[in-house]
Design a protein around this ligand. Structure first.
Ligand SMILES: Nc1ncnc2c1ncn2[C@@H]1O[C@H](COP(=O)(O)OP(=O)(O)O)[C@@H](O)[C@H]1O
Ligand SMILES: [Mg+2]
Length: 359
């Protein structure tokens, strides 16, 4: 049982770089919190402060209600899994997994039963006598997980643990990690720059940007109501379409305005403060011949490229002085050069002000 509470945590590195600029996150017991954001936004720094591997410049980190700022990493009862596994190359899998327990003076019988039961859960039982170089990437990653699990820690910390694996294996391991974390019920913090991994793993999703939290919440809530253009373009793939509407009368962007209120569109008024209109590729549709939609934004577009992916196709289009992507099911009828009308239901439009905040 463990909660993790960060209160206004900051990190200024000795050289003066302010990597984390005041972050507060409360992680309930047994939940998996994912920190996601572009490279350099401070994810690893934050994780390393929770682990005790970096000092906290100001603010507090509490585990189970107890502030641990001054507690060393080995006393925090935390296990960390890294991208590069950090396995001991000269040790067999068994010894890699047993190492931490031996260091703590755990009795031999208990080490043996814990290593073997963990190996069974991770399907590593037949590999216990191998050395890391005799394993595949996925198996090595499992050993690294096993080494963390045998210790039965209060908190798991993961720093991009799947980045070195190919896409298929990454998908499998993602499911395994989620199932393991659930069944073990260990409070976890997971760092990734991959929005898909973040969406699928998180109980609590924290989107970070330049050392700050942009938005925090349940993954689907964030997907449905991104708090800023940054979040809108980071969560979801392909990202949300964003078009400028706060235009000087003579600029290109004002072409969009005629599709609201009184133009060719269907009477949707842009909120007063809106500077940017957003809609997701999957919420847009192509108007069929003779169809008469109501209550939707209707945007003339020219197809520039078509990307078939099998179950769906993406139409890359020029529209309203910008570029948009439309997702259609199955095989696309449209081809490059076609003119078409893109429809977006009013309820699926997102509005942002000139600072990028949701209106
Ligand atoms: N040991 C360090 N000394 C100085 N600056 C660092 C150190 N580690 C990271 N940084 C800087 O802090 C910022 C955040 O880095 P990091 O936490 O590694 O980001 P992320 O994990 O999100 O990619 C970056 O600007 C990085 O260059
Ligand atoms: Mg990192």
């Amino acid at each position: 049982m463990a909660t993790v509470d960060l209160k206004d945590v900051r990190k200024v590195y000795p050289g003066g770089v302010e990597a984390v600029k005041g972050v507060s996150i409360a992680i309930p017991d047994k939940e998996l919190c994912v920190l996601v954001g572009p490279s350099g936004c401070g994810k690893s720094t934050l994780l390393r402060m929770i682990a005790g591997l970096e000092t906290i410049s100001s603010g507090t980190c509490a585990i189970d209600g107890k502030v641990v700022n001054a507690v060393g990493p080995t006393e925090r009862d935390i296990a960390m899994v890294f991208q590069n596994y950090a396995l001991y190359p000269h040790m067999k899998v068994y010894d890699n997994m047993a190492y931490g327990l031996r260091n703590r003076g755990t009795p031999k019988d208990e080490i043996d039963s814990r290593v073997r039961s963990t190996a069974k859960v991770l399907e590593l039982s037949h590999l216990l006598d191998r050395r890391p170089r005799e394993l595949s990437g996925g198996q090595r990653q499992r050993v690294a997980m096993g080494r963390a699990i045998v210790r039965n820690p209060k908190v798991f910390l993961f720093d991009e643990p799947l980045s070195n694996l190919d896409a298929k294996l990454r998908g499998q391991m993602r499911v395994e990690i989620k199932n393991l974390q659930r069944s073990l019920g260990v409070t976890s913090v997971y760092v990734t720059h991959d929005q898909l991994e973040a969406m699928t793993l998180a109980d609590i999703l924290v989107v970070m940007n330049a050392g700050l939290v942009e938005q925090m919440g349940a993954p689907l809530d964030i997907y449905e109501k991104p708090a800023s253009t940054f979040v809108a373009s980071f969560i979801g793939a392909p990202p949300m379409n964003l078009l400028a509407i706060a235009a000087k009368p003579d600029s290109q962007a004002d072409t969009l305005e005629k599709f609201f209120a009184n133009g060719a569109g269907l009477g949707i008024a842009a909120p007063v403060l809106a500077a940017t209109l957003g809609f997701r590729p999957e919420d847009a549709d192509v108007l069929g011949e003779g169809e008469k939609p109501s209550g939707s934004l209707k945007l003339p577009a020219t197809v520039e490229a078509v990307e078939p992916v099998g179950a769906e196709s993406f139409l890359y289009c020029a529209a309203a002085g910008g570029r948009i992507v439309v997702r259609v099911a199955g095989r696309a009828v449209a081809k490059p050069g076609d003119s078409l009308e893109v429809l977006v239901p009013a309820g699926k439009l997102h509005w942002f002000d000139s600072t990028g905040k949701r209106v």
